[in-house]
Design a protein around this ligand. Structure first.
Ligand SMILES: Cc1ncc(COP(=O)(O)O)c(C=O)c1O
Length: 297
């Protein structure tokens, strides 16, 4: 069987393999605790469920704009304004099927053959595979347990070469939980601005921070230091226990968002219309359940 070369350059998500194995063992009656996928042990927010039920009852079940309905794009802008004091416009937001598709769209929109993209290890395996799917080369900077897995500007910037096209950071980091400090983020962002390198931040775990004394306003730093080159990928999955709803987003300069809309328009179109209504309720309603989940964790 002859398959396209790109299929042999990537490995199936090991996380998904763990999930499939757990599923099989459970069906065989084995009692097992799954440490594979980052799956919140909670039901989705009641407000999201009610809004989704209402959406079904009102037949809100047609195609929507590829980037998502305006009300949801605005809800994301408002959430980030409240959380970080940064103003984004609707034209800077696209909704995708989870943070995973947001990151994938971003890799396809920004990177290509010959490019190097720096990221840090240990990492969530999808990040490097997506870089490879974009035909670029991941360059891995190791973080260390004895250093708290800190993501340091000097080691990230030490890996920059003339081929570096992007720096992909995940903070809070899955699997280490490490946070990049605003100081390190500033140093990286300033250098990226000087060299014309894209900064992509995976903020999918942004609401699961235990150490509230560490300032983590990364959107604020990016807005200040490299607004033209910053891409944020976020998600309702972990914060609102909505993993199966598949609702993530990219916040980026309008040109990047336009490119991602074009890509997504030929792949999956809009995310599920019902989930969009649920996500609006989660994003605009009380954030108390998020704090309650964090306390429980
Ligand atoms: C670091 C990281 N980023 C992004 C995601 C994407 O999650 P989702 O596609 O459910 O938003 C995950 C999922 O586990 C993750 O661990």
């Amino acid at each position: 069987m002859r398959l396209a070369g790109r299929t042999s350059r990537i490995a199936t998500s090991p996380t998904m393999k763990v999930s499939a194995t757990v599923d099989r063992l459970r069906r065989e009656g084995v009692e097992i605790i799954d440490f594979g996928a980052g799956e919140p042990d909670f039901a989705a927010l009641e407000s999201a469920k009610a809004a989704a039920r209402d959406a079904i009852d009102r037949d809100f079940s047609k195609y929507t704009p590829v980037a998502g309905i305006a009300e949801l794009r605005r809800a994301i802008c408002e959430r980030y304004r409240l959380d970080y004091g940064v103003d984004y416009q609707e034209s800077e937001v696209i909704l995708s099927a989870g943070g995973k598709q947001a990151l994938f769209n971003t890799a396809l929109a920004l990177f290509e053959a010959g490019d190097e993209v720096i990221t840090h290890s240990p990492y969530w395996p999808t990040l490097t595979e997506q870089i490879k799917l974009a035909e670029a080369t991941p360059v891995i900077v190791q973080t260390r347990a004895e250093d708290g897995f800190a993501i340091r500007a000097e080691t990230i910037l030490g890996a920059v070469t003339p081929r570096t096209r992007g720096i992909l950071l995940n903070s809070p980091c899955n699997p280490t939980g490490a946070l990049i400090s605003e100081r390190d983020m500033t140093a990286i962002a300033q250098e990226a601005a000087r060299r014309g390198i894209w900064i992509v931040i995976d903020l999918c775990y942004e609401h699961l921070i235990y150490d509230s004394s560490t300032p983590h306003n990364l959107p604020g730093v990016l807005r200040r230091c490299c607004p033209e080159q910053a891409v944020i990928c976020g998600s309702a999955s972990k914060a609102y226990a909505m993993t199966g709803w598949r609702c993530g987003w990219t916040i980026a300069p309008p040109g990047v968002v336009a490119a991602e809309i074009a890509l997504q328009s030929h792949a999956t179109s809009n995310i599920n219309s019902i989930a969009q209504k649920g996500a609006i309720a989660a994003l605009t309603g009380s954030q108390a359940p998020v704090v309650a989940m964090l306390d429980e964790y």
